[in-house]
Design a binder for this molecule. Structure first.
Ligand code: FAD
Length: 499
């Protein structure tokens, strides 16, 4: 594809969906001179990384705790590439776990280890050995990153050559070991105390998997990373991060159109030609699908354009779990509370914001309580049964949270709630899945390069999975591949280079 010879008025790249992977990819390509068009069905950008307002309070539709913002983290890399300042966009969370009635400060590793040593003195050496190995494995995963992000095996071969992949186990011995075990196996390797193991699974909700079906390396990057480097809250709400990416694209000659639902990705002779929105056609030799991969292949591309085995594979992919959230604006100053509390005893997590004037007026707080929920447990939206189920869930969560925030129910100024069906409605994500496909060791996500020439995936549906850090990685990989891996030894390094 020679983008320098594009017909006037058309686009180099069209991105279907404005989730963070789509916006990341679009921002990086527009920085490199590509003419980018982002089409979003909703009236605002961000997908799961957005916010909404009720009276004086702002709530996030999901994102409250972001990883990858340490020195070598992929989100830090993206911010630097785009000239954004980390401190303007993110604030470090104060985290606490509640386990067997005990409150455990998990805001930084030293404090956390100190509490663990007090709680489990008989496991002292094992705790130190576990974190020592975890740190080594984590460092290895992020070492020598030429493009700011870890790459999947296929890309290591493509970008650096087969030898690099063959040498991977030798160069990354600890991380490689974590790649080949489950998180349960790793925990069993170090510990005997079951309570300690349970506590170290406190954040497994960030993957939506059980320890025995979680790849230890996934737990390392999506869970243990919060112990090592902390998690961050998007200042003034998650929408702001998405909006900044949108503005970047627009400032670099790109276009972002909301309320534009793509009905079809146009494919001719196995190659992508553009997209159709209603009866309007937008042409482009490259389309990046940020919409989830099931919708992308089964509805937008259409089975008729795909191999039958591939269609079967996509159809069979299991979705990750969903959740129920209740949003509360309260007239209480909760600034002394941690910003994130994971209550393992009662099975919910709570995000509390009293210090961010962009989210709640002074002396008040914006609160989100979240618990796992099954899509199929909720009847059809709008029905009496659905509203009852929603009320039931909200009351149950408010009651539970009232145990850690006394008199909570008496101070509610505004209240709203989200079910798996709401999540599905606003993002078209099947079953309102939090992380697109199931993230267990048994699920193989589709590769970001699709069987259709010119059609790419950049989203939680592809490598490495769900979560802001992961989808930023996906967006960076996709942009680099379109741009051409700018490195000697790369087979098709210059194929799509702009200048
Ligand atoms: C409740 C909840 C809490 C979460 N909390 C955190 C957290 O604290 N930290 C963290 O790191 N991650 C969190 N996540 C996960 C994280 O938000 C997601 O993994 C990530 O935002 C997904 O990004 P994405 O780029 O894959 O796109 P998505 O956010 O899935 O967005 C896809 C976009 O495509 C659009 N779209 C779909 N179909 C079409 C179409 N046909 N035409 C046009 N547009 C279309 C959708 O409207 C949507 O805007 C949470 C997720 C949820 C649901």
């Amino acid at each position: 594809v020679d983008v320098t010879q594009k017909p006037k008025g058309e686009y180099d790249v069209i991105i279907v969906g404005s989730g963070i992977a789509g916006l990341t990819c679009g921002a990086l390509l527009s920085k490199r001179g590509y003419k980018v068009l982002v089409l979003e069905q909703h009236h605002k950008v961000g997908g799961y990384c957005s916010s909404f307002k009720r009276k004086d309070f702002v709530f996030n539709t999901g994102v409250e705790n972001v990883s990858g913002l340490w020195e070598k983290g992929p989100v830090t890399y993206l911010l630097k590439e785009l000239g954004f300042k980390k401190d303007e966009l993110f604030a470090k969370n104060r985290m606490k776990y509640i386990f067997k009635g005990k409150e455990i400060d998990a805001s930084n590793l030293e404090e956390f280890i100190k509490v663990l040593l007090e709680m489990f003195p008989e496991e002292k050496d094992n705790i130190c050995a576990f974190f020592d190995e975890a740190k080594k494995a984590y460092e290895e995963c992020y070492k020598d990153l030429v493009y700011g992000v870890p790459l999947p095996a296929e890309l290591i071969v493509k970008v650096f050559g087969a030898k690099k992949l063959l040498d991977y186990p030798k160069e990354h011995p600890h991380f490689f070991d974590w790649m080949n075990k489950t998180y349960k196996q790793k925990l069993d390797e170090f510990f005997t105390n079951e309570d300690l193991k349970t506590l170290l699974c406190a954040l497994l909700g960030y993957l939506g998997t059980k320890p025995e079906e979680t790849r230890a390396s996934s737990a390392l990057t999506a869970v243990v990373s919060y112990y090592l480097h902390g998690g961050y809250f998007p200042k003034r709400g998650a929408q702001r991060f998405a909006d900044r990416l949108k503005e970047f694209i627009e400032c670099n000659s790109g276009k972002v159109l909301t309320r534009h639902r793509v009905d079809k990705i146009i494919v001719e002779k196995g190659e992508v030609r553009g997209v159709r929105v209603g009866n309007k056609i937008f042409k482009s030799p490259i389309v990046v699908a940020n919409a989830n991969a099931k919708t992308t292949f089964l509805e937008l591309v259409g089975e008729e354009n795909l191999d039958r085995d591939f269609v079967e594979y996509i159809k069979k992919l299991k979705m990750s779990p969903s959740c129920f959230m209740v949003f509360l604006g309260v007239d209480m100053d909760l600034s002394s509370y941690p910003t994130i509390i994971e209550n393992l005893d009662e099975g919910y997590s709570i995000a509390i914001n009293s210090n961010d004037s962009g989210l709640a007026p002074k002396g008040k707080a914006s609160i989100t309580i979240l618990t796992g929920a099954n899509y199929h447990d909720f009847p059809e939206r709008g029905t009496k049964e659905y509203l009852e189920r929603k009320k039931e869930f909200a009351e149950m969560l408010i009651k539970k949270a009232g145990k850690i925030i006394p008199n909570l129910s008496k101070h509610i100024v505004v209240q709203d709630a989200t079910t798996p069906k709401t999540l599905e409605r606003y993002t078209s994500m099947p079953e309102g899945a939090i992380y697109a496909f199931d993230q267990s060791i048994n699920t193989k996500r589709p590769y970001f390069k699709t069987p259709i020439k010119g059609l790419y995936l950049a989203s939680a549906s592809t490598f490495p999975g769900g979560g802001i850090e992961a989808v930023v990685i996906s967006g960076i990989i996709c942009a680099n591949d379109i741009y051409g891996w700018n490195r000697r030894g790369c087979k098709d390094g210059n194929e799509n280079r702009k200048n």
